[in-house]
Write a protein that binds this ligand. Structure first.
Ligand code: ZN
Length: 408
């Protein structure tokens, strides 16, 4: 199912087009050998609502198309562990008796964050709609309900838990076409002095850095502080503070409260900054110029490689790789293979582009000269392990945040 919105999905206001990027198959859904060539591509177009500052994807795909064969497993990385630690430290400062509280994470994936928090809190519970990842979490000892979060699930959780003081939703909030329903569920789940952490890719980073590959069908909204605040007010909740992190190329954690305890100075300053960036579409002009710059850089690299008979492959099969390949018009004619570490992806291939996904071990038997690093947001992790996994002399192309290349 696909629905096209001609007005703002948050406030009903008028929208205008920022950009049409390309048509892309739904991210994170790969072809197995049995279902090749059945996947369709859908438009990636983004619109802006001046009334509430919402940035949204024009075409939303139904859950059937998005999550039928979901393959995203939270990767193991040092940068994520550091981020989990900073979330914990913030909670320690804000919540009295952290040891006693119940924590619920929505979209908890394989349960990594909850596993990290478990020793410091009363109890943890995950909720995740993807059957395969919920199973991984449960098997690892993190109790996880396998369902979409909504009001009735909130009621069910409340029957068993008494002290839900912290609800966390990391990188899933923008995946929901009806965020008000989810906010209501969260509001009813927490105590009066409870906190909600909503973490997302930050719209300002995504657009100011030209991170067009953050745009794929799972991301139905691109939240800024302004649009999030407008949405929260509409639902009787309050934005209290914000945290920033490097996760996924620049993320923001919105700290939401049930009671109005005021705004931090940091939050007030960020609203001011956003006002200036949205003025005269400044931010969207930067975005469009940056896309052209990245396109030009990579096309030049590919042209050179082809003229010199060099073999090009890709490193990383995250959701963002779908948009990268679609926007640049890349397929197996250009990209010989794509390397990934997720067991759920290895052995499959990208639909339409037909690029096979292989493991780091299998890459050792392949010959290649140039790697387009589609998982560029893990740059430091990748460079740390580069001498161990890549053939010496391999050229790595990082498309973002600044298009660069280097030999390792
Ligand atoms: Zn709006």
């Amino acid at each position: 199912m696909i629905t096209e919105s001609k007005s703002c999905r948050l406030c009903g206001g008028l929208i205008k087009e920022i950009a049409y990027l390309c048509d892309s198959p739904p991210a994170n859904n790969f072809d197995s050998t049995f279902q090749k060539n059945k996947t369709l591509a859908f438009p990636l177009a983004i619109d802006f609502c001046k009334n509430c500052s919402n940035i949204q994807l024009r075409h939303c795909l139904g859950e059937d198309l998005l999550y039928s064969d979901y393959t995203y497993i939270t990767p193991k990385s040092e940068s994520l562990q550091n981020h989990y630690d900073s979330l914990k430290c913030y909670s320690v400062k804000k919540i009295k008796n952290l040891k006693d509280i119940d924590v619920v994470e929505i979209g908890s994936n394989s349960g990594d964050l909850l596993k990290f928090l478990k020793p410091f809190v009363g109890s943890v519970l995950g909720v995740d709609p993807a059957k395969n990842v919920a199973k991984i979490a449960n098997e690892a000892g993190i109790e996880t309900l396998n369902c979409f979060f909504n009001q009735s699930i909130a009621d069910k959780i409340k029957l068993n838990k008494k002290l839900v003081n912290l609800v966390i939703a990391r990188h899933m909030f923008a995946h929901n076409s009806n965020p008000s329903e989810m906010l209501n569920g969260m509001k009813n789940l927490i105590n009066d002095d409870g906190l909600i952490f909503i973490e997302n890719a930050y719209a300002i980073d995504t657009f100011m850095h030209g991170e067009f590959d953050q745009i794929y069908h799972e991301h139905m909204f691109f939240y800024s502080v302004k649009s999030m605040e407008n949405l929260l007010i509409k639902n009787g909740l309050h934005l209290h503070d914000i945290l920033f992190s490097d996760v996924h190329g620049g993320s923001i954690v919105f700290i939401v409260t049930k009671r109005n305890i005021g705004k931090t100075e940091k939050l007030k300053a960020q609203i001011k900054l956003e006002d200036s960036l949205f003025k005269d579409d400044k931010i969207f002009k930067v975005f469009i110029n940056k896309i052209e710059e990245v396109k030009k850089f990579i096309n030049k690299k590919i042209k050179y490689a082809k003229e010199n008979n060099l073999t090009i492959a890709a490193y990383g099969a995250p959701a963002k790789a779908f948009t990268m390949f679609a926007l640049l018009g890349l397929n197996k004619e250009t990209i010989k293979f794509c390397v990934d570490t997720s067991p759920t992806k290895i052995g499959k291939s990208f639909p339409i582009f037909d690029i096979p996904i292989i493991s780091e071990e299998a890459m050792q038997d392949e010959s290649y000269d140039v790697l387009l690093v589609t998982a560029w947001n893990y740059k430091s992790d990748i460079l740390n392990k580069a001498p161990k996994i890549f053939q010496s002399g391999t050229e790595l192309i990082f498309p973002l945040p600044e298009p660069t290349s280097m030999k390792v």
